[in-house]
Design a protein around this ligand. Structure first.
Ligand code: ADP
Length: 375
């Protein structure tokens, strides 16, 4: 929009008519004061400003608006008497004017100038927009880079921990072998075995992440007995965590269609987290039941719980609750993989949790999913 500032109404009217005829939106002010008030409220692309006005003259108006943020990109054309001397013209430029036209105004020249200013304005706006986008993009790169570095450092640490344990147990094993102490050898071998299994799971998760990224996570779906795999998982979990009390509710008396190993992976992840994030409790409730034409499975713990704002992001890749990330080791990829697996079974995954009281992670899977071309 263009603002015409002139104390002579006849000048305003003639300029306004010509500019509006040429498709420009026009606003008017008949004094410096009125112009300032308008400029405070609205952004103008261009101000056509009469130099000689009673009260505040055009130069004073230009100087005053140079500090307005709303007028940062506004161009000013001064209208001055034909007799204007070099000093006046110079003052016009110093006070912030970009151009001047002498009266009586040659409408053709004025229109050409207005059109040029509009073009420059549009171009500079486009440039600013582009610069903003580029800066945002650079920030986003930087952020991705930072996340990657952080992930590499956490992943190396996570891999190093079981490695160090394995090294230590093997040294102890050597001594037990030398002593021919078979019972201790067996116990230590079991410990090595547990750490190797941990390493194996970590590496498998890392591989899954890259498969998800490249769209290569394959599923081998067939009908299988959910109860059987759940019994088996709980048995193994119980052996590895003899102090934990697993309380099982419900059962599923029909076969479900899916990738047995992948569904098993989700169940193990839920249970492992339920034990890990509840160090002061030894109870885990496991529910499995048929609800209409889907199965519902949940794992409830009585641990640290998760605040609402974190709950929304818990299934994001690499997301870990910052406040507890030092206390509990992890990579923040398990739940992300679980979500991918459940979604690829056309199911849903979710959480109910109260900080300090515990969490319940659940998933549903349709009993008779539509055949999925991707799987
Ligand atoms: P990891 O446990 O390796 O960090 P996950 O993807 O399994 O990765 O979990 C992501 C985050 O969700 C964890 O870092 C933790 O902050 C939170 N979380 C997961 N399960 C629980 C739970 N049962 N109780 C509290 N917080 C949990």
């Amino acid at each position: 929009m263009i603002l015409i500032v002139d104390d002579a109404p006849e000048n305003i009217i003639s300029l306004k008519i010509v500019l509006e005829k040429n498709g420009f939106e026009v606003d008017t002010a008949s004094s410096g004061d009125e112009a300032l008030k308008k400029i405070l409220k609205k952004s103008y692309v261009l101000i056509i400003l009469d130099v000689q006005m009673p009260g505040m003259d055009g130069f004073e108006v230009a100087e005053a608006i140079s500090g307005y943020s709303k007028a940062k990109e506004t161009a000013i054309i001064f209208l001055s008497a034909a007799s204007a001397n070099v000093n006046l013209i110079t003052r016009g430029y110093i006070s912030g004017g970009l151009d001047y036209i002498s009266k009586p105004v040659d409408m053709n020249i004025l229109l050409l100038k207005v059109k040029t200013f509009y073009r420059i304005y549009e171009q500079s706006r486009a440039l600013n927009e582009m610069q903003k986008k580029l800066l945002e993009e650079i920030e986003f790169r930087k952020e991705a880079e930072r996340k990657k570095d952080e992930f590499i450092s956490i992943a190396s640490h996570e891999l190093k921990t079981p490695m160090t344990s394995i090294k230590g147990y093997i040294q102890l094993l050597e001594r037990s072998v030398d002593k021919n102490d078979i019972a201790t050898v067996k116990a230590r071998l079991q410990k090595v075995q547990n750490q190797v299994e941990k390493l194996n799971l970590l590496v498998a998760d890392l591989l899954d992440i890259s498969k998800i990224e490249s769209g290569k996570l394959k599923f081998n779906k067939k009908y299988f007995n959910f109860n059987e795999i759940l019994d088996h998982i709980i048995e193994i979990m119980q052996q590895a965590n003899p102090d934990v009390k697993f309380i099982r509710k419900g059962e599923i008396n029909t076969e479900i269609f899916g990738d047995e190993m992948r569904v098993e992976q989700v169940i193990i992840n839920f249970i492992t987290n339920a034990i890990k994030y509840a160090p002061d409790s030894n109870e885990v409730h496991i529910t499995s039941e048929q609800r209409g034409n889907e199965i519902y499975f949940s794992v409830r713990d009585f641990g640290i719980g998760i605040a609402k704002d974190h709950q929304l992001r818990i299934f994001d890749k690499f997301y870990r609750v910052e406040e507890t990330s030092e206390r509990f080791q992890g990579l923040g990829i398990g739940l992300y993989i679980c979500q991918e697996i459940i979604e690829r079974h056309q199911g849903s995954i979710g959480i109910n949790s109260v900080p300090g009281e515990g969490s319940e992670f659940y998933f549903t899977i349709p009993l008779h999913p539509e055949m999925d071309a991707k799987s």
